[in-house]
Write a new protein. Structure first.
Length: 259
């Protein structure tokens, strides 16, 4: 009995969207889209501009509700009214230009809203040394090198900022990361570092949905793919079962490989 219960728990996806549809005026942005994301998965959400990728991500992250369908987190249905609710539940969205406090230090950005404090005669005093020590440890664990954790976030490169955002999320117990075109503003070297970071974080168990136009980069780290075209799933499966040319054919409409 216990074995069956544990097996059932293992089979429950961390994130599942079922039959999601969304219409804006006369435009059908999504039509009956379903995706399952398990622990350790990196799913490449692929498709051309206007395919519905960002719309799906925004529904998952609480920017707006679906017209039809449901979203489940660890087997429980969730309905987020604002992105802050999704974030509090453990769903983090990292965009190409994710918001940061540019004038604040890396430490301050890492602990924003979660500052370590102690009471000193009724006053709350920030535990700066402990916060610095913990930030350094997390960055070391995810192999991120920056000049100093006391430097302003605005002085770091795009890749370094994204790495800190992702590392912060993983450290605070995030359940799912949604990465929307994370390489678009990065150079070749930074893109390689970001790919390695995403791979390493996923190996620690964090499931990731990766939106990117760069199929070459996606194939270096994804283990599954979902292709959207005109708001519908036209292909989904394991990476090893298809070639990059197959993916291009699905995106352009040359072939459909339905689930």
């Amino acid at each position: 009995m216990l074995k069956n219960i544990l097996q059932t728990q293992q089979d429950v996806p961390v994130l599942e969207v079922k039959n999601i549809s969304k219409k804006f005026s006369h435009v059908q942005a999504l039509n009956n889209v379903s995706i399952k994301l398990n622990k350790g998965d990196i799913i490449g959400l692929l498709g051309d501009n206007g395919a519905g990728k960002s719309t799906l991500i925004k529904i998952i992250s609480g920017n707006f509700p679906p017209d039809e369908g449901k979203v489940f987190l660890e087997g429980k249905e969730v309905n987020f009214n604002i992105p802050a609710e999704a974030c509090a539940a453990g769903i983090e969205t990292v965009y190409q230009n994710s918001p940061i406090c540019a004038n604040a230090t890396v430490i301050e950005n890492f602990f924003i809203g979660r500052e370590l404090v102690r009471n000193f005669f009724g006053l709350k005093v920030i535990r700066n040394q402990e916060m610095e020590k913990e930030t350094l440890k997390v960055l070391k664990d995810i192999e991120i090198t920056i000049p100093s954790v006391n430097v302003g976030m605005g002085l770091l490169s795009g890749g370094q900022r994204q790495a800190i955002i992702l590392g912060r999320f993983f450290h605070w117990g995030g359940k799912v990361a949604l990465l929307d075109e994370p390489f678009a503003a990065l150079g070749v070297a930074e893109s390689r570092k970001s790919l390695k970071l995403i791979h390493d974080v996923s190996e620690k168990g964090l499931p990731i949905v990766l939106i990117t136009h760069n199929i070459e980069e996606a194939f270096q780290i994804i283990n599954k793919y979902v292709v959207l075209r005109r708001g519908e799933v036209v292909g989904a499966g394991r990476k090893e079962d298809v070639s990059k040319n197959d993916i291009v054919s699905m995106i352009t409409g040359a072939i459909d490989i339905n689930k």
